[in-house]
Design a protein around this ligand. Structure first.
Ligand code: ATP
Ligand code: MG
Length: 433
């Protein structure tokens, strides 16, 4: 039988990569709590209807990327392709929306896409959503908090902020007609994807990656000329706020979002260091979605960052992730009596010195082979229980690393078992919090 492998596009994240993920998660969670955002944990599976109704039937996601299936009851369920829909569903269902509400979540999302660097079928997002505030100060807040996250990750020079306003839905409708009219006259010159979108989701053509299509768009009507007055004012106000906060950005008149529910502000943080998958964070305002999903009209703004891309960027930018602690001590015990003695003593050490990383030798093994493993583990010291130690109620602490710099390097010392904790405190004074 051939070995069973992971599903294509769904990756294992191994212990040598997880420190980067943890660093990212901890940084984001720290910044978000400092702005008063609360974490919400949402199901991975929702009714298919939720996504069709919120994301929109003619989007890439709903048309061809969702993992949908009927459960045993015949209900159509979908592995969530993004987090906003579920977050809005929960906020309505749990009655969270009477007052302004700041929420965030993190976790896996699922889209049936062509896997490549920075694009998986199971990927991870951290999402941030702020409900109940219609004014652009809220847009500014979430943009500035995302900028703070990049600063704290050391990525501020790797990413740039792009900004646009896509206006009200009626402004967009008027623009859509003008754009379609312009493009229809040039339909043959469009790439295949854009030809399809011309009839389903023409605004998406604006962010086509095809150079010929992009050139064609140079002469197209501009979205900015179709904006309603309120959207224009709010956009100007947002820019003022960002300017005042010293936040740099570029206005990208062709920035749109692939999902139907956005209006007014849209933004992306992009990098040129990851090839084609350059957007690490994307978001905007979606004032109509809560009502669309059956809640009371509630303005909202949010964003989602792609964690795989951010981890790649951390690696790419050689951003130092705080090193893991590594092994402090390796326990060597030969014979059953020594093992009993060692296990009990080390448990007592763990009670008092919980931050030490202590690897217990497990399984059999001669003194020599255990010591070899101790050395290989990278531990600074070996804690040794041999026959003599057991007989005398002692333990030997052997330095394993080059301690030449240390003035009175004892190399190896045998102390009464009761002195073990104090000896370790001294040996690890530099590493104790
Ligand atoms: P793209 O144009 O790259 O497909 P999108 O518009 O579909 O992005 P959003 O739905 O806005 O993406 O998701 C927000 C962020 O989540 C993206 O900017 C990206 O960083 C990340 N992301 C989206 N899809 C994937 C994926 N399949 N694999 C890895 N990260 C992803
Ligand atoms: Mg996509």
């Amino acid at each position: 039988m051939s070995n069973i492998r992971a599903v294509r596009g769904m990756n294992d994240i191994l212990p040598d990569e997880t420190p980067h993920w943890q660093h990212l998660e901890q940084t984001v969670s720290r910044v978000l709590s400092s702005y008063g955002y609360g974490e919400i944990r949402l199901p991975l599976v929702e009714s298919t209807r939720l996504f069709k109704r919120s994301i929109g039937e003619v989007t890439d996601i709903v048309e061809k990327e969702m993992y949908s299936f009927d459960d045993r009851n015949g209900d159509s369920l979908t592995l969530r392709p993004e987090g906003t829909a579920g977050c809005v569903r929960a906020a309505i269902q749990q009655g969270l929306l009477g007052v302004p509400q700041r929420l965030w979540y993190a976790g896996p999302m699922f889209r049936y896409e062509r896997p490549q660097k920075g694009r998986q079928r199971q990927f991870h997002q951290i999402g941030v959503e702020a409900f109940g505030v219609p004014t652009p100060d809220m847009d500014a807040e979430i943009i500035l908090l995302s900028a703070r996250i990049w600063r704290q990750l050391g990525l501020v020079d790797s990413v740039a902020l792009q900004l646009n306003s896509i206006g009200s839905s009626s402004a967009r409708q008027a623009y859509r007609s003008a754009l379609v009219e312009y493009l229809q006259q040039r339909e043959d010159a469009l790439d295949e994807d854009s030809q399809r979108r011309l009839h389903s989701n023409p605004l998406r053509i604006l962010d086509s990656k095809n150079p010929q299509t992009q050139a064609l768009l140079d002469g197209a009507p501009a979205l900015a000329d179709f904006l309603d007055e309120e959207s224009r004012d709010d956009f100007a106000r947002l820019r003022e706020l960002l300017d005042a906060a010293g936040q740099r950005y570029v206005v990208n008149a062709r920035l749109v979002r692939g999902l139907d529910y956005y209006n007014k502000t849209v933004f992306e943080w992009v990098t040129d260091r990851l090839g084609a998958q350059g957007t690490v964070c994307a978001g905007g305002r979606y004032d109509g979605l809560v009502e669309q999903l059956g809640g009371k009209p509630t303005p909202a703004v949010g964003f989602a960052m792609g964690m795989e891309r951010l981890v790649l960027l951390l690696l790419e930018s050689a951003q130092a992730v705080p090193a893991g602690r590594g092994v402090d001590a390796y326990v060597v015990a030969v014979g059953e009596a020594a093992q009993r003695e060692a296990l009990a003593a080390v448990e007592a050490v763990r009670d008092k010195l919980g931050e030490l990383v202590i690897l217990q030798h497990t399984g059999a093994g001669s003194f020599k082979s255990q010591l070899k493993k101790a050395d290989k583990s990278g531990a600074r010291v070996a804690l040794i229980w041999g026959e003599d130690e057991v007989a005398n109620g002692k333990v030997t602490i052997k330095q394993l690393r080059d301690q030449a710099a240390q003035v009175d390097n004892p190399g190896q010392q045998t102390v009464p078992r009761e002195h073990l904790e104090a000896t370790l405190v001294a040996a690890f004074a530099d590493r104790m919090g």
